[in-house]
Design a protein around this ligand. Structure first.
Ligand code: SF4
Length: 375
């Protein structure tokens, strides 16, 4: 089983905090689907397995493509691979792009999961983040998607926002739980270098929230989501039973995936590859039948570290038998020694050979995970 990720690099405007690769233009957008098809044919052999279990349109703003382009890309995938009987096909969407007509069309061509970039239900927050939708469009988008027969709807929310407060965060979560949403991706705001928001921090015009407030909002997220039947299955992801993102879970379970489009990353168990962050370079290479990206062959150490980084961020945890079988007894013993330290501190729990970070410690798990890594 494998996955396919398509990076749609267009946005209608750039949000204040965003450092994903995207350009504010529609120029050349009409050729995007045919370029993706060319890249798919060119790199078809990258995946070790012909069966595709998940397809994910991310961005940028995939909802800027029309349904014909999305349908063309899905048809190209099914011409070149076998799509499994019950695939998960996700499209990231901005609330203000969604209409009932578009949603019905998307559903009819096979898209069965939406990830809607809501970020907040507060107009004040949305303005500060530079989002182009407002709170009422966010609510309408979810309801329209539900009415168009989407029963697997994820929304993104951001906490730890400057100018905002914990009451707004609580009301954001309440609103999410009132809506027909089965999955939440909740991220703490990150001040990515070079973004307008981070420049405002440097100029002293924005003050990041305190660590205590960040932790408080994270704990509120955990308490409210548990009360509403959501399982915190990965640091930033929570879902109702049976609604975990299969595509994202495959990243954390070392399932191979092919990334198409500018800046997309790929992984096949042997190498990690990434496309250039430039539509022009990517397009030029694909038109000339060449892969423009870079590739890194994974060493045993890379694979070991990848396994630890991805497994310890989930409720499924790391498996000591897997470590000893794939990376050797020395690595397994080293893992157990480090794990013991965190078990004593009440941060890690284990059940048989499965070791996991308790979800209440997910917020500070980066430091714990880095302690396990091979340097
Ligand atoms: S819509 Fe998404 S990808 Fe585009 S600028 Fe905003 S956050 Fe970034």
């Amino acid at each position: 089983m494998s996955g396919i990720y398509i990076h749609v690099p267009y946005c209608k405007h750039k949000c204040e905090y965003c450092d994903f690769y995207s350009v504010v233009t529609s120029e050349g957008k009409e050729k995007f689907a045919s370029l993706i098809e060319k890249e798919l044919v060119l790199r078809k052999e990258y995946l070790p397995d012909n069966e595709i279990e998940t397809i994910y349109f991310g961005g940028g703003t995939p909802s800027m493509l029309d349904e014909n382009q999305i349908s063309d890309i899905l048809n190209s995938i099914s011409k070149n691979y076998t799509i499994s009987k019950n695939p998960e096909i996700t499209l990231e969407a901005n609330p203000d792009d969604l209409t009932s007509e578009l949603l019905i069309s998307l559903r009819s061509i096979g898209v069965n999961r939406l990830s809607i970039g809501i970020q907040s239900f507060s107009d004040i927050d949305l303005k500060q983040l530079g989002r182009r939708h407002d709170a009422s469009q966010a609510v309408n988008a979810v309801n329209m998607a539900h009415n168009a027969d989407f029963d697997n709807i994820s929304i993104d929310l951001i906490y730890g926002l400057p100018y905002s407060n914990t009451d707004i965060w609580i009301s954001n979560l309440q609103k999410a739980f009132e809506l027909p949403v089965s999955h939440l991706s909740c991220y703490h705001l990150i001040y990515e270098e070079g973004t307008p928001l981070s420049k405002r921090v440097v100029l002293g015009k924005v003050t990041p929230v305190s660590e205590d407030l960040s932790v408080e909002q994270f704990q509120i997220l955990q308490e409210m989501s548990a009360k509403n039947g959501f399982i915190h299955y990965e640091i930033s992801n929570l879902a109702k039973e049976g609604c975990f993102s299969r595509h994202n879970s495959s990243y954390w379970n070392q399932v191979p995936y092919l990334g198409l489009g500018p800046s997309a990353h790929s992984y096949n168990g042997i190498s990690r590859d990434w496309n250039p962050k430039s539509i022009a370079i990517w397009k030029n290479s694909i038109e000339n039948g060449l892969f423009a990206g870079e590739s890194e062959i994974l060493s045993l150490k890379d694979k070991h570290n990848d396994y630890l980084i991805t497994s310890l961020r989930t409720i499924w945890g790391a498996n000591i038998d897997f470590i000893s079988m794939n990376f050797g007894m020395d690595k397994a013993n080293q893992f157990l020694k480090t794990a013991e330290k965190y078990i004593k501190q009440g941060i890690i729990e284990h059940n048989g050979g499965i070791y996991r970070i308790k979800s209440k410690h997910f917020f500070t798990s980066d430091g714990v995970i880095s302690d396990f890594l091979e340097i």
